[in-house]
Each structure stands twice: as structure tokens, then as C-alpha cells.
Design a protein around this ligand. Structure first.
Ligand SMILES: Nc1ncnc2c1ncn2[C@@H]1O[C@H](COP(=O)(O)OP(=O)(O)OP(=O)(O)O)[C@@H](O)[C@H]1O
Ligand SMILES: [Mg+2]
Length: 313
């Protein structure tokens, strides 16, 4: 079971859209994929469920908020499986191949959990108290450990656009990080800042793990690999990214960080239009062949980079 967190504290860069499309396309290949929505905006959840379905069937007792709230102290880890739902539209379109796409839905009040976890850590000053450090930052990892490793081939965690406690629990649970970015000035500036925050968090985590190794011998060093930066919402002209975007792409390619060859074009028609269908664009039969090939190349590269078998089409 590989765990990939999709992160960027910059908002609106395509984190959720990538999570939904990569997850659905890999499930179509016959894999078992679990997505976890950690964003109180719940956009990933609403990519697969209508708001009325969410309210009627999930909001009260089957979201990641209730899972977090089921924690009782440090000794009891609530099982994750009762909180995993099977979005119907997408699963009926992929199940012929033995694949499955599960979702732990989010909740619009997930911000309350964020505040409670931050308070447990000792407020904004993390250094003030490390008593509950691993109790908090190990939660997602501990939740995933309640699943059988064979249950899922891949777990994708869609993070909110911030670097708060919940995002960090995802980072502490993942093997790989996927970083979507738009090729514009603010996004490229943000990448260096994001990389330095990631570095600082893993350094702090490993330092505290070392200090508390007598109390927490089970805590492993944190060393998430950056799978790569994926450029999204790329505008093309004559088959190449437009001149205003190319310098930002080049700048990021010169950083010391992996960057996907594959990019996702901007298409309001297909991406914004997919929201009502509860089916990610990658599974739609009504998209142009060039876009389908582009998304397929992205998924192939994703699988290559996490070392899974290629689809061999
Ligand atoms: N390639 C694309 N072309 C056009 N629109 C896109 C594309 N990818 C995503 N969008 C649209 O852009 C908006 C933001 O995308 P998305 O929600 O995936 O970003 P995000 O990084 O998850 O945002 P947030 O930080 O708010 O969670 C959405 O309305 C989505 O439909
Ligand atoms: Mg999002």
C-alpha cells in the first residue's frame, strides 16, 4: 500500500482535481484505490457525491471528522474501514476491471478538528509541549495501519490549502508527496517556500522522535519522497505552453526537485464542467482524444515514479 499526499498550501492549483482523476484512472486499471479528503471545503467529496447525498448519508457519522472525533486518548485507534464509502457513479464505471475507488469523505466542520488537534499540541507554539506530538501527528498513519495492507494498492490524501496540523498528519503518514502547481509567478515562488516548510517539519519530527525514542520506540524516521511537481492549468499555443508560462516552468525545472514531464492543460469546458457528473474527466467518454492521452501520460508517469507496474497499453 503506497501512500501519496497531494499538497500545496497555495489554493486552487488543482490538488483536488488531480487526486480525483489520478485515483479514478488508477482504479480503472484494476487497482484498489483509497482517497482521503482532509479539506473542510470537501471539494473531493463533492466530486463524487451530490451535497444532498452527503448530507443524508455521510455528514452525521461517516466522514473523516467523525473518525477524528472517535479517538479516545492515545491507546485507542478507531478503525478507518467503517468510514470508507464507495462512491456509486464512479465505481459502476470502473468495477468491470476489478478496481475499486474508496473515499473517506470530508466535513464542512473539519476546521473544529484542526483547532482541537492544534490545542492538544499546545497551541501555535509547538515547541511548548511535545507530550502529545506523536499522538497528534501519527493519527492518519495509525488509521491507515488499521487497514489490511492488501485492502488498497494506493492511498491518495487530498490536503487543504494550508500547512496546518491536519496537513502535517498527512505528511507524517505518506511515502510520497505530489505537488500540483500552476506555472505562474506566485505559484513558483510558493514552491520554494513549501519545500522549506516540508523540510522544517520533517526535521522537527525526526528530532522529537530521537528525543522521545524511549517513550515511542515504534516511531520511524520521517522521510517522504517528493514524487514530483505537476504543472496544472497549462495554457498552450501552437502545441507549447504560452510564452507567459514557460519561464515559470523552466525556473521550477531548475530547482533541485523532481518535476513531471506530463502536464495538465487548462480546460474550463472539461474540468469545470465535470463537477456535476460525479465522474472525473479522466473517465469521461466525451473528452477529446488529446486530453485523454494527456491524462493517461500523467497517470503512467505517476505509476512509474512510485515504482508500480506500468499499464502496458
Ligand atoms: N486543468 C484545469 N483546467 C481548468 N480548470 C481546472 C483545471 N483543474 C482544476 N480546475 C478548476 O479549478 C478550480 C480549482 O481546482 P482544484 O479544486 O482542483 O484546486 P485545489 O488546489 O484543490 O483547490 P483548493 O486549494 O481550494 O483545495 C476548480 O474549480 C477546478 O474545477
Ligand atoms: Mg482542493
Amino acid at each position: 500500500m503506497k501512500v501519496v499526499a497531494v499538497v500545496n498550501y497555495k489554493g486552487g492549483v488543482g490538488k483536488t482535481t488531480l487526486t480525483a482523476n489520478i485515483g479514478a484512472d488508477i482504479a480503472r486499471l484494476g487497482k484498489r484505490v483509497l482517497m482521503i479528503d482532509l479539506d473542510p471545503q470537501a471539494s473531493l467529496t463533492f466530486s463524487f457525491y451530490r451535497p444532498d447525498e452527503w448530507r443524508a448519508n455521510l455528514a452525521d457519522d461517516r466522514t473523516v471528522k467523525e473518525w477524528f472525533e472517535a479517538w479516545r486518548g492515545e491507546s485507542y485507534v478507531p478503525h478507518l474501514s467503517p468510514f470508507i464509502t464507495s462512491p456509486p457513479v464512479v465505481n459502476s464505471s470502473i468495477s468491470y476491471n476489478g478496481g475499486a475507488l474508496g473515499l473517506v469523505a470530508s466535513h464542512l466542520s473539519l476546521g473544529d478538528v484542526e483547532m482541537n488537534l492544534a490545542a492538544r499540541l499546545g497551541g501555535a507554539q509547538v515547541q511548548r509541549s511535545t507530550r502529545y506530538y506523536f499522538d497528534v501527528y501519527q493519527r492518519i498513519a495509525a488509521g491507515l495501519a488499521t487497514l489490511h495492507p492488501q485492502d488498497y494498492d494506493l492511498v491518495l490524501i487530498d490536503c487543504p490549502p494550508n500547512f496546518g496540523v491536519i496537513t502535517r498528519t498527512a505528511i507524517a503518514a505518506c511515502d510520497h508527496l505530489l505537488i500540483p502547481a500552476r506555472p505562474d509567478e506566485l505559484s513558483t515562488l510558493g514552491i520554494e517556500h513549501l519545500l522549506s516548510r516540508l523540510h522544517r517539519f520533517t526535521w522537527e519530527y525526526n528530532r522529537i522522535a530521537g528525543l522521545q525514542s524511549d517513550r515511542h520506540p515504534e516511531i520511524k524516521r520521517l522521510d517522504p519522497r517528493i514524487l514530483g511537481i505537476v504543472f496544472t492549468m497549462v495554457q498552450y499555443y501552437g502545441g507549447r505552453p504560452i510564452a507567459a508560462m514557460q519561464p515559470h516552468i523552466d525556473l521550477v525545472r531548475n530547482l533541485d526537485v523532481p518535476v513531471f514531464e506530463a502536464m495538465v492543460r487548462e480546460s474550463n469546458t472539461y474540468f469545470a464542467g465535470a463537477a456535476g457528473t460525479r465522474l472525473p474527466v479522466a473517465l469521461s467518454e466525451r473528452i477529446p482524444r488529446s486530453l485523454a492521452l494527456e491524462l493517461r501520460a500523467l497517470v503512467d508517469e505517476f505509476l512509474r515514479r512510485i515504482g508500480a507496474a506500468n499499464r502496458g497499453y
